[in-house]
Each structure stands twice: as C-alpha cells, then as structure tokens.
Design a protein. Structure first.
Length: 333
C-alpha cells in the first residue's frame, strides 16, 4: 500500500511520534514507506544499540521509522503493539519476536493487508515476507560449542541456558550446540536438567548458576544463547572462586563482559551486530516496497549481508564473531 505523503503529513495523519521527527526530507509526492520496528524489549543495552542503528538508518535514508516495543520481555504486550501498528496501516512491519507462535496471527493479518513483514530471530515463522538472520542457526550453535569445548578441554558436564523456552532462535542455537557436542566431543556430558531459562535477566542467570553448581558439583560448562546468560553466570563463577574451573559462554554485549574477559572469568563470548541486522532488515523492506525481488546472493547493503543465502523465507548472512579480551573494546557497546 504505497503512500504519497510528505514526512510532516505522515506524522500528522497517523498521530504518532517517529524516531527522526520531522528531520527527514522527502521529495514532494514521492513514494515513501511507513515503517515500524518492534524490538523484543525497550530499555536493554542490546535493543538500545539496535534503536541507535535504526535511528541512524532513518536519518541517512530520510525515512521515518516508528520504533516501539514492550518495556518487559512480554510476548502478549509485544503482540498488542504489533496489532496496533498493523491497524494504523503501516507499510512495513519489522520485528524480533519474544514468542514466534504468538506473533503468527498478527503477522498473517498484516500480510493479508499487503504489509511487508520482516522478522529476525524467527526462522521458523510462516507468516513473514522474509526472516533475516546474521548466520545459520546450526553454525552459531556449533560455534558456541566449539568455543566452550576448547575452554573445557573437550570434557566434563555442561548445561544449556536460554532467555526463554519460547524464544525460537535461542533454543535452536542451543539444540545445535548439543548436536555439535554429540558429534565432536564425546567426553562432554549434558546434565539431566539439560536446559534452563533465565527470563533474559542477568540476576536470574546468576542465581541459576549458583543453584546448578550446587546441584551438579562436577558441572564444568554453561552454554548460554541469550545475552544475559554469560554475564550472570560469570558473576556467580567469580563469586564462588571457580574461575578456570567452571566456564560459561553465550552471546553478550562486549562492554558488559569486558572485565570478565580481561580477568579470565570468561574465555570468550559470541556476538553479531544486531544493529547491522536491523539495517539489513530495513534495506530489504525498502527494496521490496520499491518492487525489487530478493534472490539468493542478494546484497542488502551492509557488511555481512552483501551476499545473503536464501533458504525458503530465510535470508542468511555471515555475521557471527568471537569476542575476546583482545577485541572487546572495538565495538563501542
């Protein structure tokens, strides 16, 4: 549903505050998409970084973006925000779901209305135009396990940790990590609990780690896939005097774990730049809005996404990186 509106008219007609305010300059009567971006949560460093990148993209491209998400990791609240945006009549809905299954209905409604739906961390969703991933889920899970196994010398008990049991990508990464251990590290043993969830809360990850170490005295590794897993686990490991004896890894914000990397509590963490992924999502959306086709090997205009692999509805980049004490200050977040 293309709109021929100036920036000011868009804001007036929809009665909403956009990221770029009225700073974007549109050509008179130019086709410009109305874009909404819904993060998992507002007010967390990871998603603050995404918001900064969305704002930067908005200013560079002269296209306003509505950036709005729940104040807690709450699937129902996120779906309600998405529903409100769809009812307002946006042209593009970008999002990262807290619960992919819970988002299917509103995304179907959006697509039925002709809205372009671009997701990330939702590779199993049906009702999306495309899902964009920084890497293959199997590849990241294996990458995390290889890092942890190196620190554990390829042996000992371990457990997996996720932000939520409903976060599809995080659980897929954990599944892939377990599969990698079964394939390559026969002396690593998954404990009976197998997987725990910390509700995307470093404090809970800290408490869980202490409980797990008490329950499993021989526990040697904690493989997390959420950005709060390793920071919380590292605090417990350090507090209990187990540095060099118990190891943890997850995706994490570099500056949040820099001290743990420097003192050796953590050997490494994994990451992709979610802000760059957001820009790739927005670029993809604009291409689709302008009638372009997205094919295997497409260039989405940002590093790591300049030759994406198309797998059904999933566009896969090459964005995973290892964060160590040598490079943890290179990213600025």
């Amino acid at each position: 549903m293309k709109r021929k509106l100036t920036a000011g008219l868009l804001c007036f007609a929809m009665g909403i505050t956009t990221l770029a305010g009225t700073t974007a300059v549109f050509a008179e009567e130019a086709d410009t998409p109305t874009i909404a971006f819904v993060p998992k949560v507002m007010g967390q460093a990871w998603w603050d970084h995404v918001q900064e990148n969305v704002e930067e993209w908005s200013e560079e491209n002269g296209i306003d973006v509505i950036y709005k998400g729940p104040t807690d990791v709450d699937a129902a609240a996120q779906v309600q925000i998405m529903t409100d945006l769809v009812n307002q009549g946006v042209d593009v809905l970008c999002f990262s779901p807290n619960d992919p299954d819970a988002c299917e209905a509103v995304c179907k409604e959006a697509m039925d209305k002709g809205i372009i739906v671009i997701a990330t961390e939702a590779s199993g969703m049906e009702n999306v135009t495309y899902d964009i991933e920084a890497f293959d889920e199997t590849g990241l899970g294996g990458f995390l396990m290889d890092q942890l196994a190196e620190q554990m010398d390829g042996e000992g008990q371990y457990i997996t940790m996720v932000g939520s049991m409903t976060m599809e990508s995080q659980n897929n990464w954990a599944d892939a990590a377990v599969a990698r251990a079964e394939e390559a590290y026969p002396d690593m043993e998954l404990v009976p609990d197998a997987r725990v969830a910390d509700d995307s809360d470093a404090e809970k990850a800290y408490e869980l780690t202490k409980e797990l170490i008490t329950k499993y005295p021989d526990l040697k590794g904690i493989l997390g896939t959420g950005s709060f897993d390793a920071p919380g686990a590292a605090r417990a490991i350090q507090e209990l005097g187990l540095t060099g004896k118990v190891f943890a890894i997850s995706v994490a914000m570099p500056l949040e774990v820099a001290d743990y990397l420097e003192d050796g509590t953590l050997g490494s963490v994994a990451l992709w730049d979610a802000g760059v992924t957001a820009k790739a999502m927005l670029n993809c959306a604009v291409k689709l809005f302008n009638g372009e086709e997205i094919a295997d090997g497409a260039d989405l205009g940002v590093e790591g996404y300049d030759a994406v692999a198309l797998q059904d509805k999933v566009l896969v980049g090459q964005g995973q990186i290892a964060i160590t004490k040598e490079n943890c200050y290179d990213f600025g977040f």
